[in-house]
Ligand binder design. Structure first.
Ligand code: 3H9
Length: 686
């Protein structure tokens, strides 16, 4: 027995190696030592004829220990251990429950056979960490499922449910739920009884040979076809080349492994991978609130109410329905209610049409809605989310009424995106029950939930709101109460700077292109045109370009063009009308034309102020940690994850450079930013 492994021999000469290294059996040094010891022991034990590898706790191996990347290697390495397992000469059966991911599934591929319970998932998610499967996954998976399926599985990175994995050949058999150990032992015995050989995956070359004559064209085409979704990421490119190498080097498996290693080594130190690994931990860290521990109880939420069946309210409702929580959906008129419920149904039916849900599931979810007119219907629900018009007097009126209607112990949540939560809470006699739950549009898609803690919100209510977020598939980030909370507040800076910069020479297309190339899905002007110039207001009181365009009835893509002109296919071209409006406003404001800027300078102009605002959010205690700001920007605004978010990116640029850039723009850098820059510190590293 080792620290995390037990080794027993069962009847019929089946050696069982059971590893239990909580929380997720990551293949860190302790786990590797246990595997090394167990497999050596059974290799030397003649009474052992076949081996079952199984894990205790909640899952099979969840992969390499991500926290070990970038640190000095400790012996034995993963590949050393894998070699011992693969070359032991005795059949090895991987018995999988939970999630066999990354190095965990690669370990399963080292084994000769794989059996899993139906609830298990297998996959190679390294791409999400900016890596490729570096322990043979790019060489072995194509041998098992074929190179074309391997391309989708490894560049996609999503876990695959056991039944589908069986169909693909990723596993060989299903065990009965709850009887994995028995079934795996029985499977191993049957192998011995039938005299099945211990074939190694590395020696299975048929599926590679089947596409040899289409190599390398198949791979070039794959990269070209997916150029849009791979944009900015380094890992997918290296993954495709590594899989290509599996064919080009076959049957010399070791040569393929060398190529995989080279391509892995290119990725591991890259900023993109560092950023994505940082993000992995940042997302998990966000769930932890420094002053709210395990001792704080949560409040059961079995039913919910949503006020407002518009775009936001409808999206919020869908989140609850998807998690199986019944929703009383309230509107003020029958017409608005019918429209809102109709949109929800259409959304689900569209999903069903794409084959991502069954018609039966559509009906099950719709059956969880109780449509109602008037707030009185909300008397008995456990949590109420208000999504009415964004105006303080309206929200206060709603909360004042809710105070009289909601049962004692109900959580009263506001979806306000900018307003003062305390002013809303104080319209009730129970501000400790009031919390902000700020969803991002479209609320059924975007993964961010900002949970806003008011001055009097109780710890129980904060904790419950954070956990409800997780339950409905969001990542909850805690925010203090302050104008625009975290994501909207920091990202407003980008829009503000774009509005100013466009007066100084760079065109909307120059600015949008620079921001697109940085990694956003679109630039600020493309975004305004999409959403509608009449919808996005920045609370300006003076004459603005946007205001003048609206006066010309240029409302964006939906009407007459906005910052761009559009043809009937919504293809954008630079707009002479917009260019004239821009020049007029520049003249009106006396802004001097300073000519063109490089893309790098445009990015600095627009995004350094976001970093600066992030520093202020931190300084004011609105965010608990810098990584929460990055999670909010990435999930709320699709900030490119491979830059790590604004704070991580600011660190990679260098904080002194950010400070100097801000000063050159005439922007006062935050105190915290200046201090950190002066001390040579960073927000997110070390
Ligand atoms: C890899 O394998 C590379 C190979 O090709 C080899 C190359 C040579 N390492 O998510 P949870 C921690 S790359 C270290 O809250 P869940 C996590 O931080 C790896 N720590 O639980 C958290 O810690 P804490 C490929 C890890 O039940 C705790 O475990 N594998 C790792 O919601 C619980 O995690 C992956 O990318 C890890 N690998 O979900 C899989 N994994 O409690 C990554 C987790 O202190 N992991 N932790 O906050 C996951 O997707 C999910 O954690 C999993 C469980 C689905 C397993």
């Amino acid at each position: 027995m080792s620290e995390v492994g037990t080794f027993t021999v069962e009847e019929g000469g089946i050696g069982v190696i059971a590893i239990d290294n909580p929380p997720v059996n990551a293949l860190g040094i302790k786990t590797r030592r246990a595997l090394d010891e167990g497999f050596r022991k059974f290799a030397a034990d003649d009474s052992v004829k076949a081996i079952v590898l199984i894990c205790g706790g909640r899952t099979f191996f969840a992969g390499a220990d991500i926290s070990e990347f970038g640190k000095p290697p400790q012996e034995p390495g993963l590949v050393d251990v894998f070699n011992i397992i693969e070359n032991g000469g005795k059949p090895v059966v991987a018995a999988i429950h939970g999630t066999a991911l990354g190095g965990g599934y690669e370990l399963a591929l080292i084994c000769n056979y794989r059996i899993a319970v139906p609830s298990a998932m297998v996959g190679l998610p390294e791409v999400k960490l900016g890596l490729l499967p570096g322990a043979g996954g790019t060489q072995r998976l194509p041998r098992v499922v074929g190179p074309e399926a391997a391309l989708d599985i490894i560049t996609g990175g999503d876990p695959i449910p056991a039944k589908k994995a069986l169909g693909l050949g990723m596993i060989d058999a299903l065990a009965e739920e709850g009887k994995l150990r028995e079934d795996a032992i029985a499977f191993a015995r049957s192998l011995l009884a039938e005299g099945k050989p211990a074939v190694r995956v590395r020696d299975r070359n048929e599926k590679l040979e089947a596409v040899r004559d289409r190599t390398p064209a198949l791979f070039d085409e794959y990269l070209a076809k997916n150029a849009r979704s791979f944009r900015g990421f380094k890992a997918p490119h290296n993954i495709v080349r590594a899989i290509q190498a599996s064919i080009e080097t076959a049957p010399d498996f070791d040569k393929g492994m060398e190529r995989e290693r080279e391509l892995f080594r290119e990725l591991e130190p890259s900023i993109e991978s560092q950023a994505q690994r940082y993000y992995f931990f940042a997302e998990r860290e966000a769930a932890k609130i420094p002053d709210i521990g395990k001792d704080v109880a949560t409040i059961p939420v079995k039913t919910a109410g949503v006020i407002g069946a518009g775009t936001m309210g409808g999206g919020i409702t869908m989140n609850f329905l998807n998690a199986g929580i019944p929703v009383t959906l309230v509107e003020m008129t029958q017409e608005a209610l019918d429209r809102g419920v109709g949109v929800i149904r259409r959304n689900y039916e569209n999903t069903a049409k794409k084959g991502r849900m069954t018609q039966e599931q559509v009906e099950q979810r719709m059956a969880l809605i109780t449509p109602a007119i008037g707030l009185e219907a909300l008397g008995q629900v456990d949590m109420i989310v208000e999504a009415v018009f964004e105006e303080i007097a309206i929200k206060q009126d709603v909360f004042g009424k809710l105070d009289k209607i909601a049962k004692q112990g109900a959580i009263l949540a506001s979806n306000t995106s900018y307003l003062d939560l305390d002013a809303i809470a104080n319209a009730t006699s129970r501000p400790e029950w009031v919390v902000g739950t700020h969803f991002f549009s479209p609320a059924n898609v975007m993964r961010l939930l900002e949970v806003v803690r008011g001055a009097k919100t109780s710890k129980e209510v904060v904790k419950t709101a954070m956990e409800i977020g997780k339950k409905i598939g969001k990542v909850s980030v805690l925010s203090g109460n302050g104008f625009g909370f975290i994501a909207n507040r920091i990202m407003t800076q980008r829009g503000k700077q774009a509005d100013q910069l466009v007066l100084e020479g760079p065109t909307p297309q120059d600015i949008d292109q620079a921001i697109y190339n940085y990694g956003f899905a679109m630039g600020p002007f493309q975004m305004i045109d999409l959403v509608g110039l009449d919808v996005i207001g920045r609370g300006e009181t003076e004459r603005t370009i946007r205001g003048d365009l609206v006066k010309l009835d240029r409302l964006g893509q939906k009407k007459n063009g906005g910052f761009y002109d559009y043809d009937e296919n919504r293809k954008a071209t630079p707009s002479p009308v917009a260019a004239k409006v821009i020049a007029d406003i520049a003249a009106f404001k006396g802004v001097e034309n300073k000519g063109k800027l490089s893309a790098e300078d445009i990015v600095a102009r627009l995004l350094y102020p976001v970093v600066n605002e992030g520093a202020k959010v931190l300084e004011e205690g609105i965010a608990s940690r810098a990584s929460d700001i990055d999670v909010a920007a990435i999930l709320g605004y699709n900030w490119p994850v491979y830059t790590g978010g604004p704070m991580f990116w600011g660190d990679t640029v260098g904080l002194q450079k950010v400070v100097d850039g801000l000063k050159a723009q005439g922007i006062e850098p935050s105190k915290l930013l200046v201090e950190k820059a002066a001390k040579g510190e960073s927000f997110t590293r070390g």
